[in-house]
Write a protein that binds this ligand. Structure first.
Ligand code: NDP
Length: 253
C-alpha cells in the first residue's frame, strides 16, 4: 500500500479518523474530508508528526460541488486516487414515523445515501481516468440488514447502501475497481455516545451487549483494519459484498 493515495470522508471523528490514521501508518498518503475543518487540520498535524503525508479539505458530502472539489483536491495534491472510504454519516433524528419531519428524512438521505452516490460518481471518474485500479469501501451498518424502533430514516439509508454498492460493483469491477460495503456493529465513537445518551445505558449494557458474541462493543481501529483489508490486495476476489464486523451481534436471536 505504500505511496498509494486514500480519500476518507467523515475523517474528523470516530471510524473515519481511525481509518485515516491506519492508512497513514501503512505509508499511504491520505486526504481527509468532513465539514469541521479544524478537526481535520489537527488530524493532518498528528499524521505529519508521525512522518505521514496528509491533506484536509472541508466537504459536505451531500453537496455535489463539494464532492467534485474533494476529488479534484485529491488528484491535485497527490496525483492519483487508489482507495476511497465513504464513511461520512449521521444518525439523524431518532423518532417514530408520525413525528419524523420531511426535513429530518431528507437530511439523513442526503448525507447517508445521496452522499455516497455523489462520492462514488466522482471517485470512479478519477480512478478510471487515471487508468489505475482501485478500491472503494462504503460504510453501512448492521442497520443495513436490521431495522430499529424510531430509526426509519437511518435504517432506510443504510439498507439502500447494499443495493448501491452491489450495483456499482457490477459497473466498476470490470474496470479494476472493487466496491464493497463494511457494516459495523456497535462501535465506540462520538455517534455511539450520542445514541447511548438517547436510549440509555441500560438498553446497551443489558439489552444489546449480551447479544454480541464477543460481549463488548467494537473499537474504531477494528473497523479501520477491516476497511484496510477490503482496500488491500488481500481481498482481491471480494467485490459487491458486505462485510459485517459486529462481533456476532446480528447472527443469533
Ligand atoms: P461520528 O459521528 O463519530 O463521525 C461521523 C463523521 O461523519 C464525522 O467525521 C462527521 O464530520 C462526518 N459527517 C457527517 N455529516 C457529514 C457531511 N454532510 N459531510 C461530510 N462529513 C460528514 O460517527 P462514527 O464514526 O460512529 O460513524 C462513521 C460511520 O459508521 C457512519 O456512516 C455511521 O453510520 C457508521 N456506523 C457507526 C456505528 C457506531 O456504532 N458508531 C455502527 C454502525 C455504523 P463533520 O461533522 O465534521 O462533518
Amino acid at each position: 500500500m505504500e505511496n498509494k493515495v486514500a480519500l476518507i470522508t467523515g475523517a474528523s471523528s470516530g471510524i473515519g479518523r481511525s481509518t485515516a490514521e491506519a492508512f497513514a501508518a501503512k505509508g499511504v498518503n491520505v486526504v481527509v474530508a468532513a465539514r469541521r475543518k479544524e478537526e481535520l487540520d489537527s488530524l493532518v498535524a498528528s499524521i505529519e508528526a508521525k512522518g505521514g503525508k496528509a491533506s484536509a479539505i472541508a466537504t459536505d458530502v451531500s453537496k455535489s460541488k463539494d464532492v467534485e472539489d474533494m476529488v479534484a483536491h485529491t488528484i491535485k495534491t497527490f496525483g492519483r486516487l487508489d482507495y476511497a472510504v465513504n464513511n461520512a454519516g449521521i444518525e439523524g433524528t431518532i423518532a417514530p414515523i408520525t413525528e419524523l419531519s420531511e426535513d429530518d428524512w431528507d437530511k439523513v438521505m442526503n448525507i447517508n445515501l445521496k452522499g455516497i452516490f455523489l462520492c462514488m460518481k466522482y471517485q470512479a471518474k478519477a480512478m478510471v481516468k487515471n487508468g489505475n485500479s482501485g478500491a472503494i469501501v462504503n460504510v453501512g451498518s448492521v442497520n443495513s440488514f436490521l431495522g430499529f424502533h424510531s430509526g426509519a430514516a437511518y435504517v432506510t439509508s443504510k439498507h439502500g447502501l447494499v443495493g448501491l454498492t452491489s450495483s456499482v460493483s457490477a459497473e466498476l469491477a470490470p474496470q479494476g475497481i472493487r466496491v464493497n460495503l463494511l457494516c459495523p456493529g456497535i462501535t465506540i465513537t462520538p455517534m455511539h455516545h450520542r445514541i447511548r445518551n438517547l436510549i440509555g445505558d441500560e438498553v446497551y449494557d443489558q439489552g444489546i451487549i449480551p447479544k454480541v458474541h464477543l460481549q463488548r462493543a467494537g473499537l474504531p481501529i477494528e473497523m479501520a483494519k477491516s476497511i484496510l483489508f477490503l482496500c488491500s490486495d488481500e481481498s482481491s476476489y471480494i467485490s459487491g459484498s458486505t462485510l459485517t464486523v459486529d462481533g456476532g451481534l446480528t447472527l443469533t436471536m
